[in-house]
Structures are given as C-alpha cells and as structure tokens.
Design a protein around this ligand. Sequence first.
Ligand SMILES: [Zn+2]
Length: 461
Amino acid sequence: MVVTIDTVIRGGTVVTANGTYDADVAIDGEKIHAVGERDSFPDADDVVDATGRLVLPGIVDPHVHVDDPFSADSYETASRAAAVGGTTTLIGFAFQRWAGEMGVIDGDDTLPEAIDAAKERGEDALIDFSLHGAITADDPAVLDDLDDVVADGVTSIKMFSTYDHGLQNGFMQRVLERLAELDAVAAVHTEDDSVCQMLTERFREAGRGDPEDYPQSRPDYAEAMAAEDAVRMATEAGAKYYGVHTSCRKSAEVLAAFRDDGSMVRTETCTHYTTLDDTVYEEVGNQAMIAPPIRTPDDIEAMFEHLSEATIDVVSTDHCGYTLESKTVENWWDSTFGANALQTSLPVFHDEAINERGFSYPFLVRAMCTRPAETFGLSGKGTLDPGTDADIVVFDPEESYTITADDNESVADFSIYEGREVTGRVKRTYVRGELVADDGDVVGDPGHGAFLERDIPDWSP
Ligand SMILES: [Zn+2]
C-alpha cells in the first residue's frame, strides 16, 4: 500500500498514441503510478501545476550520433541537449572497426568491443540510452559475434551502402540472413555509392562547390536505388528491415511497396526532411550538409503523406554534434556531414506538424515516442501507461520563441534552424521520475541515464 507518492503533475492535457484527455499524472519512484483524478491518488510530496500544458511521453530518438565518428558530443553534452529538448531515450551507435579515413575511430575493435566501449562512454548520460551495432567492413568474423551482441540487448544492426565503411550487397545479404535467424533488426543507410561518387567527382572537377550543387551530388534516385536493393534483400532473407533517414518521395515509395502487411518493414524520416527544403543550402551553406541531402518541397509533402498513411513510422534526428570549425574547410565538399538537432526536434516538428499542418497530438506521439519504442524493443518507453518508466515531457503549446544556437547544450555551435520562430516549448523533462530539465535549464545529473538492453521487437501487425 503506497502511503505517499513522489510527484503529481496536475491539470494538464495528457497525450498518448491513442488520444488526448484531461488527467493528472502520478509518479512514484521511477514509474508512472497512475493517470487519472488527483483525488484518487495518495498524497504527493511535489505537485506540479500543468494547467494549459500538455503532458507527453518523453521523446524516443532512435538515431543519434554521440561520441562516435560522426559526432563530437559526449554522452553528457548530447544528453543535456536531449533533456532540454524533451528527449528521454536515445539510441546511439557502436561502430565496429573503422575501415575509412573520415573518422576518429581507428584500430580494430570488434563489434562486441565497440559496444562495451560505447556503454562506458555513456556512463555520463543524463537520459537513458541504447545502442545500435554498426558493421563497417565486409569481414565475416562479425557474423559469429551477432549472437552475443543481440543477446546483450543490442537488437538492431546498422549498415551503410555508401562511404568507405559501406558494405557490398553480397556481404550485406549475409548479415541480413544472420539477423533473420536472430529475429533482430537491420537498419540501413541507403544511397548508391558509385552514383554519388561519380556525381560528386563530376562537380568537383567542374570546380563547382556551390551549396546548391550538394543535393544534386547525392540525388533522390540514388537513395531509392539503394533502398530497393536493401529492402529487397531483407525481404528475401526474411529479416526485419528499418529504412534509415528516408528523405524523398522516391525512396518512401520503394519502402511502402515492400510493406505488405507492415510486419517486416519500418521506415524512418528525420525532423529536417519534414521541416526544411533545399533552399536551406543557400541560407546556411554546408552547415546543412547532411546525407541524404535535404530535398524539395514535394519531398516534404511526401514525408507527411507517408507519415499519415503509416508507411513512414518514425521521426528521428540523425543528430551529429559537429562544430562550425569542422564545417570550415577550403573545399566545400570536404566538410563534415551532419547537423545537430536533439534540442530542437520536438519544438520544430511540433510547430510544423501541429501548428502549420493541423496534425493531431497523438500523431506526433506515435511518430516520436510510441513507434520508435515499439520498433526497437524498448518496452516501458514511449507511453504514459501506469507501471512504465516515468519519462515525461510537460509542454507549453502556446509559448513562442526563436531558435538560436546560443542556447545549445550540445558542443555544436550552430543550428540549421537558427532564427526560426516556433510556437510550443518544452517546460519540464522527467527521466524515470527525475526532473532533468526545467524551463530550458539542465537540472539532471550526469550518470542518471542508464544503458537499456532492448528486447527483440515484436513487429506483428
Ligand atoms: Zn546517422
């Protein structure tokens, strides 16, 4: 019998994947104790007034680069940004041996060693985190490691069709077959490498390097070609397939066509593919150099069409903690790929989807909380059900503010959303019952975040 509980968030509007209703939320310890009428709860030590505010599950972001070859953020700095932005769980990456020259991870870590190292780097996280294993070389030794990797709660494997660390289709097929046996998830970055290389070389040789050239060097059809290869191989192998950072209509259509009953294919897009078009390259140049590139207005329309038809499931960030210095290069083509977004994804997507386009709050919760948690076997996350983790965002849907990198908690000192005015602001973020951010200030402690071993996800329709 509970005599008193820790916290009641009262007077707010609760949003779940299924609906919106007025209710109070009781937190005890790390869990949601109850959702309902405050009068029916035990007395609380702390009562938080959420009148006029929304109470959402914390954002679950399944595509975040932290302290890896694509990000200078530590788990502490990235999770500070996440906390302020309303993200309570992130999935980062553990990169197997690094076969290329782009990055900072040299040496010969096996995948299990890379996972152990990433877990250790995560000890300073303020929010909960999990890991995707990333396979970066066509070396069959990794096939024998996958059993243990999956058993240890790393139930998804990232692969690339491009870059120096991309895999040949034949080897990717072998990984997919192994993942099918283990029932784990294949998450693939798809751009046809040789097409992108040829076009990039062509632009370079022509002395081109205007921001506008960048999207043309990695075109939508190259993304769709590689997506079709990968999803087709996964389907033949019987593996669960997750289409990473889908940016364009052509690619979304390929993935939708392979969905059948929806049980073996899931699709992700990112905040920037739903909120920015390619004019951003004129405005902020290579700050927005992201792969795949930011596309046309019609591609944004396609992202929302597929999200509303549930043929795109997840909105993630693909957050990369890069500094302006790493974007400052003599030759535009040599700059780093990626941009930070952990702190801004919820307010920016909220403003676009809800305020501009009239989508519902449950739509937002499905795309940013529930579907990501279900897709990656994070039971107890992405929901406000009693008994689950008390990962909660108190959100003011009326407050307007202007996004500026001056507020960044990430080491990244720019924002591709600089100057964008949004309506809707994160007021409080709780991770397992602990307040980690309060009105834009980080109040959580490094180390509060825990590594989450994930289940084999159930993708049955
Ligand atoms: Zn990424």
